[in-house]
Design a protein around this ligand. Structure first.
Ligand code: PBG
Length: 322
């Protein structure tokens, strides 16, 4: 007999009762904080569509990295905005690239903080696509070489984890074998394994100045309508040597996070992307929502769905509340 013997409200009567039966808890340990690096000195330029996030020169990035670590957040992920963009995204794998310099500066001052680097070409190419272009097509195989070079140059600069976000086929295997050849056998790969062609990346593209100049990313990023295909993508990346697999975006793809977590036995990351962040900020600015509660609810839902790690622009704000 269920009711009246069973009353689920019994365990909801006070905050402490709710606390002892809570199934999902958030901690700053779960977070990876994204940072945008630019050349120069003393630069801290707010990204209009992402309040509280900045394009920063290396001196300020180091300060931010210190603050992030002091809040108990164990990892950051770096995105670079180069001085010059060109057809092949040369700065992405240059020794003097903005990311390579930033990694060194951060590792010098905050050595314990885990520095993850986004491995992609879109911020570095003049066309804004994530690969090599010929006759208006994004070529898969020639791109792998450049991505491998980029990953190795990040590792050489001291990156702790490399995170390819380009969605070319075979890139995890190519990066793994290049890293191994150069002696970086212990550098993990966190692959953006199930990355969808999403409208939720809009604000990020302003931040990273990486909007494609023609077309869109739908020939390499996944169709938002597909779930079974995500399982294939993730399985392939694991086969190719990924250590952590990511689902991106997070909120419209909680079902994908859940499926990936159930299917595979390795850490699952989820990217609470720029658009997901910005709509909450915008709603708060309009006075339509309770920002802090919504932030915690959203992050909790991502973790409840199965994410072990959450990449989020809310990392510092959430860590301060927890
Ligand atoms: C680069 C990259 C993107 C994001 C992370 N790495 C943009 C894209 O694919 O267009 C999006 C992150 C965000 O929206 O917060 N390929």
């Amino acid at each position: 007999m269920a009711f009246p013997r069973q009353r689920l409200r019994r365990l909801r009567q006070s905050e402490n009762l709710r606390k002892i039966v809570r199934e999902t808890t958030l901690s700053p340990d779960d977070f990876i904080y994204p940072l945008f690096v630019v050349h120069g000195k003393g630069i801290k330029k707010e990204i209009p569509s992402m309040p509280g996030n900045y394009q920063q020169s290396i001196d300020n990035i180091v300060k931010d990295a210190k603050e992030t670590y002091s809040l108990g957040i164990p990892a950051i992920i770096l995105f670079g905005i180069p001085e010059h963009k060109d057809e092949l995204g040369t700065e992405a794998y240059s020794k003097k690239g903005v990311i390579q310099q930033a990694i060194k500066a951060i590792k010098d001052k905050v050595p314990e903080l885990i520095v993850i680097t986004d491995v992609c070409l879109c911020e570095y190419t003049n066309h804004g696509h994530c690969g090599v272009i010929k006759d208006g097509k994004i070529l898969n195989d020639p791109t792998l070489k450049l991505l491998s070079k980029e990953a190795v140059s990040h590792a050489k600069a001291g990156a702790d984890i490399v995170a390819p976000s380009d969605m070319m086929d075979g890139r995890v295997a190519a990066i793994r074998s290049s890293l191994d050849k150069e002696g970086f056998i212990d550098t993990p790969i966190m692959s953006y394994a199930a990355k969808y062609a999403s409208s939720f990346y809009g604000p990020f593209r302003d931040a990273a100045e990486s909007t494609p100049k023609f077309g869109d990313r739908r020939t390499y990023q996944m169709d938002p309508a597909n779930a079974r295909e995500a399982i294939r993508e993730v399985a392939l990346d694991i086969d190719e040597g990924a250590d952590i697999v990511m689902v991106k975006p997070a909120l419209s793809y909680l079902d994908i996070i859940y499926r990936v977590k159930n299917e595979f036995n390795l850490p699952v990351a989820a990217y609470n992307v720029s658009g997901e962040f910005s709509i909450i900020k915008a709603g708060a600015k309009l006075g339509w929502i309770d920002e802090k509660r919504m932030m915690i609810e959203v992050l909790t839902s991502i973790k409840r769905a199965g994410a072990d790690l959450i990449l989020t622009y809310f990392a510092k704000e959430a860590a301060r509340l927890l």
